[in-house]
Design a protein around this ligand. Sequence first.
Ligand code: SF4
Length: 332
Amino acid sequence: MQFDFEEERVKKEIHSLNAKRVLIQLPEGLKPEAPRLARIVEKSGALPIVSADPCYGACDLATTDAESLGVDLIIHYGHSKMVKYERVPTIYVEARAGADITGAVQKALPLLEKWHKIGLATTVQHSQTLDAAREILVRASKTVVIGDTARASYPGQVIGCDYSNAKSIAKDVEAFLFIGGGQFHAIGVALSTSKPTVVADPFDNNAFSIDKEAVKILKQRWASVAEARRAKTFGVLVGLKPGQKKLEEALQVKQKLEDKGKAALLLAAREITPEMMLEFPSVEAYVNTACPRISLDDASKFKKPVLTINEALVVVGELSWEELCRKGLLEG
Ligand code: SF4
């Protein structure tokens, strides 16, 4: 699969910023490109250092690492800008995918047969394809709506923890078509909008419904909330990655739990893992104020409930389960 690494722009930016030491940050799937991208930086006159740590989103900008390494430019690949202010000059290379979406969208048409009004959603890698997808759907006599709340960088774009574009049009459509690979973002669309969601995967040139997987996750979340209701001692997880740190929300959750007679311990972490939790055997349930997808997607790895902030509000009685489902599991 070809991704656009914008090599000419990278060279120009290195020259114009007169960067001498550059930190290259790549998500897991793009790390194999690191040696080639490092050579481009080197040929542009700067010393490349590749961050080998995991990077799951633009929330995870390696600012602190860049500062400690004396880096004067971060090149962050694979995501659009998320952190408002960067302490170290940063350029984002979104790595747009070159995949043709036509076949996958055409395969999605029979799966969308029952519905007339279709919402479109995608990731940054395919955001340039929405006009072409719209055209195919319109030719099939569909009405197409694309959300644009300006919270994400592009119309129709969704991020693992931000579905505001899709949510903003959920009332106007009967189903969603998600353009992109895998299940991760499509499940987010289904859970955030409660609408039938079909995936057109241009990487596999395939289309499928994600609804069964979304229902499975919903049932699993309900079980976690029910178990957490019985817990007396909670760990409130505070993310240390720049775009994940929600200390204020964590303090509020702690207070709400204590008001209900629960004990609540604040735990700060960069990576939230089952191994880390083994060190706190007296904690019976966690509230995760960092990346909400850890709660949803990694649930089977954790031995104890790891709730999102909204799910914690159900535990303290501020939201009913039905209200939570309407509000969405992922966003506050
Ligand atoms: S917080 Fe999680 S879902 Fe949101 S961008 Fe970061 S890694 Fe992705």
